[in-house]
Design a protein around this ligand. Structure first.
Ligand code: PEP
Ligand code: MG
Length: 588
């Protein structure tokens, strides 16, 4: 037994949060709660319903308090995770179904609520989409809290750890992790989970490595076992030997030295070694992210995804509410620009309101983004007015998503002019020379970029969608994720041709899809002549460092070579070896 325990063993899971850590295991196995099943006489059912409503209120207060604490300790973004919990507690259908269940079956409230909520959990757990499937965990998490309250029991999370530990659990919910002390948790390992579970998002934000989807780690590992967690490759090394610790130690050292160099350059310009400057901008989803923009060296906001202001709201935000959000961002980043994208609802982004277009068979090809706005012109105009009003508080640019051709751009611009005329009539000030851009994310727009360039002031290539529509690969279907190839020659040619058309008409071209933040691919886009990259805030320092240490001419040469190739994998391999060659020199 003794020698078996000390043998080094490598277990494989899903890499969910990057980093390496090692230490002793803390097994976290919260008890399943036993739910009593007792009959309730008809005359007592209203008292039972009252108890249900009281518990909803108490649970709500607890979640709001927790959310507040998380906002203070971890940040606003992390706290937003609990919005999903509050939505469950306010869900009219769930509340009414529970009340009916109590009345119709004559069972106690905890039993009835559990029955109803299980139906919801099962429905979400069986959805094909990973993100939505993960939301069943939010419902499970908040319903556990509710059941504890109904039964007068305390809800235990991870709480305080006496010493630094690697947490091993079947699954971890945001409620479990809400009270943890930042320094005490070395890493997370879970049997269940996926990259999009909220606890994982939280782990990433507090920079704790995590490996999930291990299936049986809670059975294989015991409290006190030594483990090394490699959150880059999704590996857990049990009882790591000296050689393994040395290897990872060296790797950590290299990483730390690189990180130091990266951080030292945050405030500098994004200029290549041979003197070509680019704009390195941030993608954001709301005003809560503005604090991070300066800390991470953003040179502006290249994409403000405004639909997130609409998604969790019971009602669409009013003109004034939108104005406040846009103004906050504009003021915070001024004089640098903020590029406010008009609503991109539809596809996989639906608001929690009557606007949900769930009758569509192909929502990504449906009533999405600018199409939706051109149907609901009152809603669109409200947004345009709010953006225009915010434009006097900073350097605001406006951009339309999903433009498919000149007609749509003309109509959108027509409505923008109407909004301007209205404001003129009301004596409200706005930037008369506001720059207006089109997102190029549909092949028809890319192929008519020369026409569109005459009708707008800049382009922003939305490669997430451009690749999906060009290669016919549903961007959220994990079964074909391997076919989603940014290095497909068609993708590179199309991006290249849009840049060329933009430059021919003297307008700047930005790239704002996920690939713009991939350090292996970035040299290809710079080589194609991109003027601006817009990426997630946390990715900014590394990309800036990379570009400051590369020659524009080398990247151009690389791009020239790969454009001759036919195989996406070979193109990727070339880009990767270019990156490796330069990165190893950067670490040294
Ligand atoms: C894109 O499509 O690349 C893009 C940036 O927009 P979104 O991901 O919001 O669709
Ligand atoms: Mg898009």
């Amino acid at each position: 037994m003794g020698s078996e325990v000390r043998t080094e063993r490598v277990l494989k899971g899903i890499a969910a949060s990057p980093g390496v850590a090692w230490g002793k295991v803390h097994l976290f196995l919260p008890q399943e709660i036993e739910i009593p099943d007792t009959p309730v006489a008809a005359e007592e059912s209203s008292a039972e319903i009252e108890r249900f409503e009281e518990s909803l209120m108490v649970t709500r207060q607890q979640v709001v308090k927790l959310q507040h604490e998380v906002a203070q300790r971890l940040g606003e973004d992390e706290a937003r995770i609990f919005d999903a919990h509050l939505l469950v507690l306010e869900d009219r259908a769930l509340i009414e179904e529970t009340v009916r269940e109590i009345q119709n079956t004559g069972r106690n409230v905890a039993f009835s609520f559990n029955r109803v909520v299980q139906r919801y959990i099962d429905a979400f757990a069986n959805i094909d989409d990973e993100y939505l499937r993960e939301r069943s965990n939010d419902i499970r998490d908040v319903s556990r809290r509710m059941l504890h309250n109904l039964m007068g029991k305390a809800h235990y999370g991870l709480g305080r750890l006496a010493e630094e530990r690697v947490i091993v659990a079947r699954d971890i919910s945001p409620s479990d992790t809400a009270n943890i002390e930042k320094g005490k948790v070395l890493a997370f390992i879970t049997d269940a989970g996926s990259k999009t579970s909220h606890a994982v998002i939280m782990a990433r934000s507090i920079q704790v490595p995590a490996v999930v989807g291990m299936r049986n780690c809670t059975r294989l590992l015991r409290p006190g076992d030594q483990v090394l967690v490699d959150g880059y490759d999704g590996l857990v090394v049990v009882n790591p030997g000296e050689e393994t610790l040395f290897r990872y130690g060296k790797f950590q050292e290299e990483k730390r030295s690189l990180e130091k160099k990266i951080l030292a350059q945050i405030g500098r310009s994004t200029t290549t070694r041979d003197g070509i400057s680019l704009d390195l901008m941030a993608n954001i989803e709301g005003p809560s992210e503005v604090d991070r923009l300066h800390r991470f060296g953003a040179e502006g906001v290249g994409l403000f995804r405004t639909e997130y202001l609409f998604m969790n709201a019971a009602e669409f935000p009013s003109e004034d509410e939108q104005f406040d959000a846009y103004r906050k961002v504009a003021e915070a980043i001024a004089p640098a620009p903020v590029t406010i994208r008009t609503l991109d609802l539809g596809g996989d982004k639906f608001p929690n309101s009557a606007y949900r277009a769930d009758s569509e068979t192909n929502p990504f090809l449906g009533l999405r983004a600018i199409r939706f706005c051109l149907e609901d012109t009152a809603l669109f105009k409200t947004q345009l007015r709010a953006i225009l009003r915010s434009s006097v508080y900073g350097n605001v640019r406006l951009m339309y998503p999903m433009i498919s051709g000149a007609g749509e751009l003309d109509r959108a611009n027509g409505l923008l002019r109407d909004a301007m005329r209205e404001l003129d009539g009301e004596g409200v000030d706005y930037d008369k020379a506001i720059r207006v851009g089109a997102m190029i994310e549909i092949p028809s727009a890319a192929l008519t970029a020369d026409i569109l360039a005459r009708k707008c002031d800049f382009f922003s290539i939305g490669s997430n969608d451009l690749i999906q529509y060009l290669l016919a690969i549903d961007r959220v279907n994990e079964r074909i994720a391997h076919l989603y190839e940014p290095t497909h020659p068609a993708v590179l040619r199309m991006i290249g041709s849009v840049i060329e058309a933009g430059h021919r008409h003297n307008i700047r071209v930005s790239l704002c899809g996920e690939i713009a933040g991939d350090p292996v691919l970035v040299p290809l886009f710079v080589g194609l002549g991109i003027d601006e990259l817009s990426i997630s805030v946390s990715g900014l320092p590394a990309i800036k460092y990379l570009l400051r240490n590369l020659n524009h001419a080398d990247m151009k040469e690389l791009t020239g070579e790969v454009l001759e190739l036919e195989d996406p994998k070979e193109i990727f391999a070339r880009a990767e070896s270019f990156y490796q060659k330069h990165l190893s020199h950067l670490i040294a």
